[in-house]
Design a protein around this ligand. Structure first.
Ligand code: DGY
Length: 347
């Protein structure tokens, strides 16, 4: 740093850990303001500290909007692939760059998507609840010699149609895992309606998975009617808000499984809880719920015996999180000096 030159202030709302924080601390020209506690800071701390900052690293629960986008800000680096918590209009208006962290979490989120499909499909929540209540001896372990043979049974997972809302990297990695269970059809809903692009993608996917007889972009109604397992993996935001609502859920197969590892806002939780209660579909597995992180034990989905709820841990493997932290730090550093980022969102 040249003499007299001001240090660049960067606000970091989450400790990126001992492997990644040195990437920032090794820069003498940075004045780092780090949230000092475990977890991420939330919006208010960001607002209190962002004035005068040149850059920031944020997580999912720190909304970056007009209010947070201070006058000096050059770069927002979010340690997430999704960026529905960032007001892209406000950033575009002020020519602030935005970096995100795709790719490094694809495998982890795809694994979690498959895990939830199996857990929901095979009644895992009811099963573990029965064990925890000490009722397993009568209800499960002895069912083979009692008339309640069917008490814990569910349909076989595999065979039939996989549906996807959103068909990007994570959806395709999920598909790659799920074809191993014997699914032969893949239907998806995607934002782009360009037929040439769809044809290209379908050919690529079929080439990767010769056992698939169908790979087809469809409308929402067909997706609802024909999916045996439906994976919700589209970005959040106003365009996809409550795309899964009562009308959609009513069209689903009674044997179908719904998995949401995208964003909570895509699914109307009350409608899903009602659908599960009334048997419009078989089960659900959700890593994301509208209103998180404030999801308590009396949330309608948490109370549903056929709904497995996990606390947004789809990307929570060491490998993914260190990868995400590294890319977030690299994006910040590059954005501050106007260099190409590892992953820049084209605003
Ligand atoms: C993301 O990166 O958008 C994930 O939802 C965070 O785990």
């Amino acid at each position: 740093m040249a003499d007299g030159q001001r240090k660049m202030k960067v606000v970091v709302t989450l400790n990126l850990g001992p492997k990644v924080m040195p990437l920032l601390y090794d820069h003498p020209d940075l004045d780092i303001v780090l949230w000092p506690h475990a977890g991420s800071s939330g919006k208010q701390w960001l607002l209190d500290n962002i004035p005068g900052a040149d850059g920031c690293i944020v997580m999912l629960f720190e909304k970056v909007d007009e209010e947070a986008a201070g006058p000096n800000l050059k770069v927002v680096s979010t340690m997430t692939v999704g960026y529905d918590h960032v007001d892209v209009k406000a950033l575009t208006k002020r020519r602030i760059k935005l970096g995100n962290t795709p790719d490094v979490l694809t495998e982890a989120v795809a694994d979690a998507s498959v895990m939830l499909a199996l857990m929901a499909g095979r009644n895992t929540k009811e099963g573990t609840d029965i064990v925890q209540q000490g009722k397993a001896r009568t209800l499960c372990w002895s069912c083979l010699r009692r008339p309640n043979l069917q008490r814990v049974c569910s349909g076989q997972v595999g065979h039939g149609t996989l549906g996807f809302i959103g068909f990007g990297r994570i959806a395709q990695a999920t598909l790659a895992r799920m074809v191993g269970f014997g699914y032969t059809r893949c239907l998806y809903v995607a934002r782009s309606k360009d037929p040439a692009r769809a044809a290209d993608l379908q050919q690529t996917v079929k080439g990767r998975h010769p056992s698939l007889t169908t790979v087809q972009q469809v409308e929402l109604d067909q997706l609802a009617r024909e999916s045996d397992v439906l994976h919700v993996l589209a970005p959040g935001g106003p365009e996809t808000y409550h795309i899964i609502n009562e009308e959609f859920l009513k069209q689903m197969k009674r044997t179908a499984i719904l998995v949401n590892t995208g964003r909570g806002t895509l699914v109307d939780s009350d409608a899903l809880a009602k659908a599960l209660r009334e048997g419009w579909l078989w089960g659900a597995g959700v890593d994301v719920v509208e209103g998180e992180p404030g999801i308590t034990a009396d949330h309608p989905l948490v109370k549903e015996p056929r709904c497995v709820v996990i606390p947004h841990i789809g990307s929570a493997t060491w490998e993914s999180r260190i990868g995400m932290a590294t890319v977030a730090a690299e994006n910040l550093l590059a954005g501050l000096v106007g260099k190409p980022m590892t992953s820049e969102v084209q605003l």
